[in-house]
Design a protein around this ligand. Structure first.
Ligand SMILES: Nc1ncnc2c1ncn2[C@@H]1O[C@H](COP(=O)(O)OP(=O)(O)OP(=O)(O)O)[C@@H](O)[C@H]1O
Ligand SMILES: [Mg+2]
Length: 467
């Protein structure tokens, strides 16, 4: 078996030889020695050490260069040296131990060090490193288990959607993806493409509501030179750009009626005609369309052609709103915390307080996953704790689930347009809601309201409110 290598960095010869002797007595270990920081770093850089034992003060009084374990830790971590670093010091000092563990040392040993102590600390470090690795592996497995092409979900409804994607991904049949705003329609459409045999060809997305009607036709089908005033050269349309791949028609409900006819023809004939051209071009493109609107209703209103509706409504994936699949909320929160921890440095948020979790679970999420993502990102920026607190969440999240006793259900109908009068009414209302939510705890209510406690007390008196 390969021996575990241990690097000993100490300016005192006696300590180095004592520790080397200990290490040699331990089965399966092999010591290396360094007398100062630079020598230690250079060895650590070029070798795979399981452990590094580093003295706190290196060369404080002797001739050699000075250094401390703090500097060693900082430089070793910056260089990505992954060994277990254990700091040794002349005596047990709690603040030193805290300081070095914050910098990434796995343990702290006070001299004089006995054989048994050293053996115990090394074994403990190895045990921890093993747990850490297993934990990371486990987390990755969980992530993989509940994710399909970046779609994080564990609810049975979403699992059914994953199955449908698996089944239909390789067919050319048009797929219609529907769901409220922010439920992940585009994500699902991308998953359909990037898991299909078409994945090496382009995925081209177009927002049918985002391009003026007079430009949309040439965007989709292209045009020839001179087709209209600005057409100084011919241009390929998005259908041709997506050749062999997938064209994602987002907000299909917004497609103008004139283009609906043309799209229907493409779906039937598999060919397009660029604006101003008399020839047609064969296209092999899979269409995935998405809409947050009720297409059936648009058909009834005469805004969407019935024949096109039937043509694209062959295979429909309906993504349920987030409030109907609460199992996914926790998983998504974890996912977004991890995502934004990486972006918003040096924050390290580990989770959500139980109270905040309750607010997040009770909220109705009209903006679905997109809204949840924004709320988590915002909370990570605002929070001063390692878990997200209720006060890190937007007020709108907790004032919507107002206890009935506060009269929160009744609508706010202004008697006049006076901002001054209405602002007072609104203020008084927000205060009663906050007091109801915190069961009369004025300190917490003031936090929710983002005002000081004296200000709250003053306003309660002014509005005649009791808690
Ligand atoms: N299940 C999910 N897992 C991870 N991220 C998700 C999930 N669902 C949605 N998102 C994220 O939420 C955001 C909105 O998703 P997407 O754009 O796909 O929604 P949409 O239904 O197309 O919304 P809209 O109707 O507003 O266009 C994106 O940032 C997306 O990555
Ligand atoms: Mg979208």
């Amino acid at each position: 078996m390969r021996k575990k290598r241990v690097l000993i960095i100490d300016d005192e010869y006696e300590i180095r030889s004592l520790l080397a002797n200990y290490i040699q007595r331990m089965e399966g270990y092999e010591p290396s020695l360094a007398k100062d920081l630079e020598e230690g770093l250079s060895l650590a850089r070029n070798n795979e050490f399981e452990h590094i034992l580093c003295d706190y003060y290196l060369n404080p009084d002797s001739e050699g260069p000075e250094g401390t374990a703090v500097e060693f830790l900082q430089r070793a971590k910056a260089e990505g040296i992954g060994s277990n670093i254990i700091v040794m010091s002349g005596k047990a000092e709690v603040d030193k131990a805290v300081e070095v563990t914050k910098l990434g040392a796995v343990d702290y040993l006070a001299k004089p060090i006995t054989f048994a102590q050293l053996e115990f600390v090394l074994k403990r470090a190895e045990e921890r490193a093993k747990l850490y690795r297993e934990n990371i592996q486990l987390k990755q497995q969980v992530e993989e288990k509940y994710s399909f092409s970046n779609i994080i979900a564990r609810s049975p409804q979403m699992e059914r959607i994953f199955n449908v994607i698996e089944k239909v991904k390789d067919y050319k049949t048009t797929v219609l993806v529907t769901g409220e705003s922010g439920t992940g329609k585009e994500l699902v459409s991308r998953a359909l493409h990037f898991n299909s045999i078409r994945k090496h060809a382009p995925f081209v997305a177009v927002n049918c509501g985002g391009i003026p009607e007079n430009l949309l036709e040439s965007e989709l089908f292209g045009h020839v030179k001179g087709a209209f005033t600005d057409a100084v050269r011919s241009k390929k349309g998005l259908f041709e750009e997506a050749q062999g791949g997938t064209l994602f028609l987002d907000e299909i409900g917004e497609l103008p009626l004139s283009l609906q006819v043309k799209l229907l023809r493409v779906l039937q004939e598999h060919e397009i005609r660029p604006v101003g051209d008399n020839k047609t071009i064969k296209v092999d493109v899979r269409i995935v369309a998405a809409t947050a609107r009720d297409l059936g209703e648009l058909v009834r209103q005469g805004k969407f052609r019935e024949d096109l509706y039937y043509r694209i409504n062959v295979l429909t994936i309906v993504i349920p709103p987030l409030r109907e699949r609460k199992e996914d909320i926790r998983l998504l929160i974890d996912h977004f915390i991890k995502k934004y921890n990486k972006v918003i440095k040096p924050k390290k948020v580990v989770g959500v307080s139980p109270e905040a979790m309750q607010v997040l679970m009770n909220y109705k999420w009209p903006g679905n996953v997109r809204e949840l993502e924004n709320v988590i990102e915002r909370a990570l920026v605002l929070t001063e704790h390692d878990t997200i607190q209720v006060e890190d969440l937007p007020v709108s999240l907790h004032s919507l689930d107002v206890p009935a006793s506060t009269g929160g259900q009744e609508e706010f109908i202004p008697e006049s347009l006076s901002i001054k009068k209405n602002a007072k009414k609104m203020e008084s209302k927000l205060i009663s809601i906050a007091l109801a939510k915190t069961k009369g705890n004025k300190t917490q209510a003031a936090q929710l309201l983002e005002i000081s406690l004296p200000a709250l007390l003053y306003k309660m008196k002014e509005y005649g409110l009791t808690s």
